[in-house]
Design a protein around this ligand. Structure first.
Ligand SMILES: Cc1cc2nc3c(=O)[nH]c(=O)nc-3n(C[C@H](O)[C@H](O)[C@H](O)COP(=O)(O)OP(=O)(O)OC[C@H]3O[C@@H](n4cnc5c(N)ncnc54)[C@H](O)[C@@H]3O)c2cc1C
Length: 491
């Protein structure tokens, strides 16, 4: 433990944010990492708890007390070794993770949590600056080949773990660049794509081979799935050419809103809208851009994806942005005594919400309205009352009589989450699914990550369902261990 009395004496430090009025004029990142002196101060607040709930709460089981201690003692190289022992890409998580570790921090019980995420960012920033992040090439290859389908965080973490163990790893990706939702979903103002490029170079140097613009499957892509595929490889070919296959295909089929007028103009899925702005930022030509400039934008869906759409629309110069949610407004506060260290359902305000726009809750969209020219002019909606179902004891919505109203909008973005992974790939590989349509495979125990098909594994959102980057990394790492165990058991 760095400083025994640190948690009593030192206030939590926040990373500096560029003011909202300024940052909403561009698409660049706007958070400045703590400098080494500030990080040391932050790390001094860690209590090195006997039972580290931060480690328990993090899907990667980060060893925060140990790296905090090393930062406090200014042994940055050791801090980097500890951090990277459980996390392949701390520069991703320290930018976009909701920090489950901080929620679980024992200090959070009575005060403000220790700033684990900002220390993590300071460590990895320092490590890159010092040139400590180097390719770790295996001493020899073991003669086994693994195909990984999908280059999101799950696929990348799995590829890196296996390549370092001596496997010949080939990643197949339908898009033009690696990163999955990190690249094409998450806006640049949250995650600069140069940060991904730097890691891909490291993976290539470690022997990972990437095949871009290559779709693995036989059937048509479902509506709303972003793709830049220029060629197709059939599952049979992959199964024939590789000793094992890992599917890390994400959960890409968006939830739709099949109400009257949905099939007409002005309504876009979030993953039809966000990737285009990321491409424009990368100076890639976009033939049919979708811009919110001067428009009244309605974002349907109250989650993180919706908040990213709101931040993007504001930067594009939208006249107004309204984000609505079907669910009731979550409580602003909660009773920590009853919930800690679990993740509470509370009202969360993202940096995008700080930049403008409005939010409203408990609203159901009933119809999209268009004018005679076929342009979207708004939606018909109704307000909801959430009640407890007497039989299931679960909350259920009831429409409030007479609450029908209209919302003006000339652009609507559907950000209501993703139902499940692309079912056509699952069918093409002939795999079992769980009741939610995800690929059936266990997370723990014997045979974990193995699907119903021999030598086919699944990891990330396609197995777990729509989740978080930190969970995708944890899945990718654990899946790599499962692949290794499979080869060891089948010698
Ligand atoms: C807009 C948005 C913002 C988000 N923001 C955050 C955030 O701030 N923090 C956070 O923790 N999480 C966030 N998430 C969730 C997070 O991005 C995902 O949980 C995570 O990326 C899942 O990783 P994955 O590797 O399982 O899948 P993905 O990242 O979806 O990657 C899957 C990859 O597989 C490829 N692929 C799919 N099928 C095929 C095929 N048949 N052939 C070849 N390639 C294929 C896809 O093109 C894609 O590149 C966000 C999600 C969205 C949509």
């Amino acid at each position: 433990m760095g400083k025994v009395t640190g948690f009593l004496e030192i206030e939590r430090l926040e990373q500096e944010h560029e003011p909202a009025a300024q940052r909403k004029t561009h698409f660049r990142e706007f958070i400045t990492p703590l400098n080494p002196k500030e990080a040391k101060q932050q790390a001094a607040r860690c209590m090195d708890c006997g039972t580290p709930f931060c480690t328990f709460s993090c899907p990667l089981h980060n060893v925060a007390p140990d790296f905090n201690d090393r930062v406090y003692n200014e042994d940055w190289e050791a801090a980097y070794e500890i951090l990277s022992a459980t996390n392949n890409f701390p520069e991703f998580t320290s930018r976009v993770c909701p920090a489950l570790c901080e929620n679980g921090c024992v200090l959070n019980y009575t005060s403000k949590p220790m700033g684990v995420k900002s220390v993590e960012r300071a460590i990895i920033t320092h490590a890159w600056n010092q040139g400590w992040v180097k390719p770790q090439t295996p001493t020899q290859l073991n003669g086994k080949s693994v195909a990984i389908v999908g280059s999101g965080p799950a696929g990348l973490a799995c590829a890196q773990q296996l390549a370092r163990k001596g496997y010949s790893v080939t990643v197949f990706e339908k898009n033009s660049k690696a990163g999955g939702l990190l690249r094409f979903g998450i806006p640049d103002f949250k995650l600069d794509k140069a940060v991904i490029d730097r890691r891909i170079k490291q993976l290539e140097a470690e022997g990972v081979h990437f095949n871009f613009n290559t779709y693995v499957g036989k059937s048509e892509l479902p509506k709303g799935v972003f793709s830049e595929a220029e060629r197709t490889i059939s599952p049979d070919e992959i199964l024939r050419d590789f000793d094992a296959v890992v599917l890390a295909i994400g959960s890409e089929e968006p939830r739709d809103l099949p109400v009257k007028g949905r099939d007409r103009k002005g309504i876009h899925f979030a993953m039809e809208y966000l990737p285009l702005q990321n491409k424009i930022n990368a100076e890639v030509e976009v033939k049919e851009p979708i811009s919110a400039k001067g428009k009244k934008v309605l974002v349907i869906g109250g989650g993180d994806t919706g908040s990213d759409c709101l931040g993007t629309a504001i930067r594009q110069g939208a006249a107004e942005v309204l984000q609505i949610d079907l669910g009731a407004k979550p409580p602003v506060d909660y009773d920590k005594m009853t919930v800690w260290p679990l993740w509470p359902r509370i009202l969360r305000t993202s940096t995008s919400h700080e930049e403008g726009g409005e939010r409203d809750w408990a609203i159901m969209t009933k119809e999209f309205i268009h004018n005679k020219k076929g342009e979207l002019t708004g939606v018909k909606a109704v307000r909801l009352n959430w009640v407890t179902d007497p039989v299931t004891q679960r909350p259920k919505p009831e429409e409030i009589e007479g609450s029908e109203f209209e919302i003006e909008a000339d652009m609507a973005v559907l950000a209501m989450g993703f139902a499940h992974p692309n079912q056509s790939v699952i069918k093409d590989f002939d795999l079992d699914t769980d009741p939610r349509g995800n690929i059936r495979a266990k997370y723990e125990g014997e045979g974990c990550f193995k699907t119903s098909s021999p030598k086919v594994f699944a990891a990330g959102d396609c197995r777990r369902g729509q989740s978080l980057v930190v969970w995708a990394l944890a899945e990718g790492r654990r899946c790599a261990e499962a692949v290794q165990a499979y080869f060891e058991n089948n010698k």
